[in-house]
Design a protein around this ligand. Sequence first.
Ligand SMILES: [Zn+2]
Length: 100
Amino acid sequence: MKTQALPKIVKIGAYQIPVEVVPNLIADHAATGMYIPREKKILIEETSCFGQRESTLVHEILEAISEIYEVECFKEDHHSLTVVAEAFYQVLKENKGLIA
Ligand SMILES: [Zn+2]
């Protein structure tokens, strides 16, 4: 069986963004994940199940893309970012090998 682990680093633009699984994001920030622009870092809540961690990672990757490439529509419309991220996660999850 394949080990379920998130990547430690995601490359976005010129950056290598660390992905850290941490406690208390829900308790302290009411969030299952966070992208920190100043540190170019993604945090994922450790108590989330693996599917939720993956889904949150895709969301935070889109947050990072939005910040790094200055995607204005997502800065102004977080709901649209959330919908695109969730849909994209489903497509990636259910079409293994879609990208070589
Ligand atoms: Zn968000």
